[in-house]
Ligand binder design. Sequence first.
Ligand code: BGC
Length: 404
Amino acid sequence: MPKKLLSFPKKFLWGTASASYQVEGNNIHSDWWHWETTKKPGQKWPLERSGIACDFYNRYEKDFDLCKKMNNNAVRLSVEWARLEPKQGEFNRAEFAHYRKVLKAAKKRGLKTFITLNHFTNPLWFSQQGGWRQRQAPRIFARYVEECVKELGKDIDAFITINEPDGNAMQGYVTGKRYPGKKLSILGGLVAIANYHRAHNAAAKVIKSLTHTPVGIVKNIGWFEARPGASFFLDRWLARFCLWLVCDSLIHLIHKNLDFLGYNHYFTIQFSYGMPHFPKGPKNDMNWVLYPPGLGRMLTYMNKFGVPLYVTEHGLPDRNDTHRKWYMHESLAGVHKAIQNGADIRGYFHWTLTDNFEWNDGYDPRFGLVAIDRENNLKRTPRPSFYWYAKVCKQNGVEALKTK
Ligand code: BGC
């Protein structure tokens, strides 16, 4: 008997997501490049230099061919601010022309383009004059965004202003794990978080004044819940409080300027007797617990904001492709259930197409549906899960899970 298909809505978008710095190579004007190349003795992070990355800058057509082969109908990419504005106020028209070619190549293959304008990295000049802690950061960012809309807007189907602003602010200014590597107080990090959200509002207004293209932001928020079985009132309250703190309180700052919300999902935290824990379950190559119900549950929670939702990242480092397929399958069944329960979810972008530069952790973690051989001219080889995902995209659905 053929297995029952859990079908997704008709115009559902299926794709992969990536970020310019992690795939393009040679982003020499970016602050992260500076961090890599000026690493001091005794400084732990970053472990590796990005160098040529995946050479996506030159190989984008071949990579989009792979998206097409996977029956994708959308792609999430970012443009590198430092390429486009290497010096403050001086825009590089040749680089805009390059991105126009990239966008057209995606469109030619039937891919809707979701473009992130800031995915962690900034021009070095911006960071050196105070980065996201400077008061004028929103105005400077909005100026760059205006140029992007004028130069590239025609081929962009959805604008994502900023990728994971809060997490990036905390890592850059509080834990010091990302550039500029500062260890300030939580209050110091909050200034950057506030500026990021002001920047979203400023950028969204510029975009809206120039086009009708939808504008959103991408959040990376873990799902919080009380540990099933062992839960009592305090655990449920703590889980709700954390969701309010990392999700609601920040989304309210930008709610008026959102046409959609992007959600990046990697973690679930469970409370048990007042203490936070990761759920029990198999682990990926970076020792993160794989807990499929978290994705659908968080999307169901986020539906209350009343805007369409997209899964803008979901994936795992899994060099041998041991877990990718079942993890995607069970997670997507959860997304399907959330849709059935009324959540307005419009697309899923898997992180990521090819193995790429995983920030501080360098090239060791392998997040790709396609493996990259760094010893052999960056040769691309699809993993088995690539073919599985191709089938999902083609049939616009996943098979129903076996009941355990
Ligand atoms: C980031 C990606 C990163 C992925 C896996 C996300 O939070 O947006 O750039 O590669 O996590 O760590």
